[in-house]
Design a protein around this ligand. Structure first.
Ligand SMILES: CC(=O)SCCNC(=O)CCNC(=O)[C@H](O)C(C)(C)COP(=O)(O)OP(=O)(O)OC[C@H]1O[C@@H](n2cnc3c(N)ncnc32)[C@H](O)[C@@H]1OP(=O)(O)O
Ligand SMILES: O=C([O-])CC(=O)C(=O)O
Ligand SMILES: [Mg+2]
Length: 289
């Protein structure tokens, strides 16, 4: 599974930001044709994003385009953008498996022969989308992740949008659970105050503790903060290695349970430790095999 700790939104009508988007070290860039772009600018933005995909070097960042929903400009977006070889399309306002299937059909028609298949991420940001999260997550084929869009979601509910986020606790958990049940990634909603670093840190930590594997971002300054939260620390890696060593020793002695400084180590603890070591390896940290 690709690492998607951070996915940086870049408004699709801003040539300067589109040009520089690759230099900030985000795991993904999301070139946005939807809500960052006013309706009268949709055509110009689509053209700019197509050009950016063809000419800008986004380095190691995965190239994602947020298209519009199919009932507005989505079909036009797919037709022009897919042949420019984005890695992923982020599909907004997804409310059913049929929404993803509809996009899948159009993407298949637009792909050129021999092109690497374009993957999809479903953005759940309506009450219905959250209610049907598991049905959506099970759409087979191109879907690699569910993301939560908390701004539209809370606006639709008529809920407040607070820094602490108690109003999105249930939605976060439903998205994480649905994605995990379907074996795909879950990605947290962006924190929209680009100047509040402490608030972002807390929000990213909450998301990580609930189980999200990555977080959307709206400003380059947010990237290091989120990576700092999601990357395993040296102490965590050390703990994970000790757990694996302890269980290997116990297994060699014919037991499935070990003790590490008095704490029980059994299968789920080992699975947690192995996830940490796997992530560390993906980040290029040398850890035990
Ligand atoms: C709810 C949703 O749908 S979220 C998704 C849609 N929203 C977006 O895409 C918004 C993207 N972000 C932005 O437009 C801006 O970061 C804002 C409006 C949030 C904040 O704007 P500002 O306060 O002006 O940004 P800031 O002062 O931090 O910008 C500093 C530099 O980073 C650049 N920058 C800011 N945001 C981005 C970005 N998302 N991508 C690339 N570059 C960016 C600016 O161009 C500026 O560059 P410069 O120094 O070369 O001039
Ligand atoms: O992509 C996102 O998560 C941001 C978004 O659209 C929303 O919160 O409504
Ligand atoms: Mg939205």
């Amino acid at each position: 599974m690709s690492l998607r700790r951070t996915m940086l939104f870049i408004p699709g009508n801003n040539p300067g930001m589109l040009q520089n988007g690759g230099v900030f070290g985000a795991d993904s860039v999301i070139l946005d044709l939807e809500d960052a772009v006013a309706p009268q600018e949709k055509d110009a933005a689509r053209f700019l994003v197509a050009q950016a995909l063809k000419t800008v070097d986004y380095g190691t960042s995965e190239k994602v385009v947020r298209i519009n929903p199919l009932d507005t400009f989505g079909a036009k977006d797919i037709q022009m953008i897919v042949p420019c070889q984005p890695d992923v399309l982020l599909v907004p306002k997804v409310e059913s498996a049929q929404d993803i299937e509809g996009v899948t059909r159009l993407v298949a028609q637009a792909e050129m022969e021999g092109q690497k298949p374009v993957q999809l991420i479903a953005l759940l940001e309506t009450a219905k989308g959250i209610a049907l999260a598991y049905q959506i997550a099970q759409t087979k084929g191109r879907l690699v992740a569910l993301a939560l869009g908390a701004e539209d979601y809370t606006a639709g509910l008529g809920a407040a949008r607070t820094k602490e986020g108690q109003e999105i606790f249930t939605a976060r958990s439903l998205v994480i659970n649905a994605a995990a049940a379907a074996g795909i990634q879950s990605l947290d909603t962006p924190f929209t105050d680009a100047n509040d670093e402490d608030g972002l840190y807390q929000d990213a930590l909450t998301g990580k503790e609930l189980g999200f594997k990555g977080k959307l971002a709206i400003n380059p300054r947010q990237i290091d903060v989120i990576h700092g939260v999601l990357n395993p620390t040296a102490a965590t890696i050390e703990w994970a290695e000790a757990v694996v060593q302890a269980i290997r020793k116990a297994e060699a002695e014919g037991s499935g349970v070990a003790s590490l400084h008095g704490k029980m180590v059994d299968a789920p603890i080992v699975a947690r430790a192995e996830h940490i070591l796997q992530l560390a390896r993906k980040l290029g940290v040398e850890v035990m095999q």
